[in-house]
Design a protein around this ligand. Structure first.
Ligand SMILES: [Zn+2]
Length: 421
């Protein structure tokens, strides 16, 4: 069985390389000795892997630190300029395309407004492809260094042999988005739900850093959630888990955009809050909701609508805590940040009133750190996750590929289970 043995050794080496790269990415700069201590790999194995990563240009030296008595230790970090990533946010009001370096610093951005209520697939595909050309040109990045394009979309993304998007509230019925985009670009594509991608960004770089069990609750016009269980996104049988907005808070209640009655989204989504106040929903919901929050300082009816919103939101959050026992609930999305910025104490109080005491005491409820526009950055974490999981290995084929989202274990903690080789 020499073949099997060789494969096993190769797999171990790949696992070591991936684990070390991931640790260095999130915790670096680190010395070889620290890498050995943190990962449990022997100094010789670390030296081998680091040699490979330096040789490939993925890792670079980042100065030196004094060591007690001995020679100064060289620090290492992942070179942010080694590769580029693109993130695409297909939102309710616009398509945004952003190009990042490997450290997720934004280098270029393109934006295409959408007419609210009009989500025809073909123009959106056109915007994304035009945006790819635009950001590559603006950043002057060598296209060969773009290691992938992450796309965050509304709705459920079914990751089968063909990636299909089921966006019931925007009229997308099994849209083969991967195939449509793949016809116009040769960059590797990674497609996932926008809330899931933002959840991954918050978990890695924002309010969720260090948590293994968290829920990122997102409120815009619509309402969704990204559930992180044991460091990885929880998806369910066909990737639709996290449709928190369509859990029922009032049997027989207001009509939701999905057609059902009494969904959470029909009470706390931006559109719903504005309608409950008796206002017309204007194209610029953000301005209208901001004005409503300001009005509530002196007008009882606006205040009543907001207080009721805090109750529904708290009740919805209590469902998340009772079901998933998270360490953290992270509230975001543009409307979530507006409402949470004004109502967080009331939301916490309502959640406390509806949640079992013990799990509530284990949970904090806080606001997203990355701001409301981080979906494109979140989408860029999809190719980044692939890069880290494969140890930064080059792609085997230059043809267009579509991969399952970023369902890669997202823990930023010390990587265990590495094996010396
Ligand atoms: Zn609904």
């Amino acid at each position: 069985m020499p073949d099997r043995d060789r494969r096993t050794v190769r797999d171990l080496r790949r696992g070591n390389r991936s684990g070390l790269l991931r640790h260095l990415y999130f915790e670096g700069p680190l010395s070889r000795q620290e890498l050995s201590q943190d990962t449990g790999l022997s100094p010789a194995s670390v030296s081998n892997v680091v040699g490979e990563l330096l040789g490939a240009g993925i890792v670079t030296e980042a100065g030196a630190v004094e060591s007690d008595g001995g020679r100064p230790r060289i620090l290492l970090k992942v070179d942010p300029g080694h590769a580029h990533l693109v993130g695409v946010d297909v939102g309710e009001t616009r398509v945004r395309v952003e190009l990042f370096d490997l450290g997720l610093a934004e280098l270029a951005k393109a934006e295409y407004p959408l007419t609210p209520g009009d989500y025809a697939v073909e123009p959106i595909v056109g915007h994304i492809l035009a945006g790819l050309d635009a950001v590559v040109a603006e950043s002057r990045a060598d296209p060969a260094t773009v290691i992938g394009v992450g796309v965050g979309v509304p709705g459920t993304v079914e990751q089968g042999p063909e990636v299909l998007v089921h966006g019931q509230t925007i009229g997308w019925d099994a849209v083969p988005l991967g195939r449509l985009l793949g016809a116009g670009t040769s960059f590797p594509l990674f497609i996932d739900n926008g809330a899931t991608t933002l959840g991954q960004a918050e978990l890695w770089f924002g309010a969720g850093r260090g948590a293994s069990n968290a829920v990122v609750a997102l409120i815009g016009s619509g309402v969704g959630a990204s559930i992180i269980a044991d460091g990885a996104p929880y998806r369910g049988a066909s990737s639709s888990a996290g449709e928190w907005g369509h859990t029922v808070v009032r049997v027989g209640g207001r009509r939701c955009r999905c057609g059902a009655l009494g969904c959470l989204e029909a009470y706390v989504g931006a559109e719903a809050v504005i309608e409950r106040y008796g206002k017309e929903v204007a194209p610029d919901e953000e301005t209208v909701l901001e004005a409503l929050i300001k009005t509530a300082e002196c007008e009882p009816e606006a205040r009543r609508v907001l207080e009721e919103t805090a109750l529904y939101l708290g009740a919805g959050i209590s469902d998340l805590i009772n079901l998933f026992n998270p360490e953290r609930i992270i509230l975001g999305g543009w409307a979530g940040l507006l409402l949470g910025g004004r109502l967080l104490p009331e939301i916490r109080a309502a959640a406390a009133a509806y949640t079992l005491r013990h799990p509530f005491e284990q949970t904090t409820i806080e606001l997203c750190h990355l701001g409301p526009d981080a979906v494109a950055m979140g989408a860029a974490t999809l190719p980044l996750a692939h890069f880290l999981a494969t140890g930064g290995a080059p792609e085997p084929s230059p043809r267009a590929r579509v991969r399952a989202g970023g369902a890669v274990r997202a823990s930023t903690r010390v990587t265990h289970g590495l094996t010396n080789s």
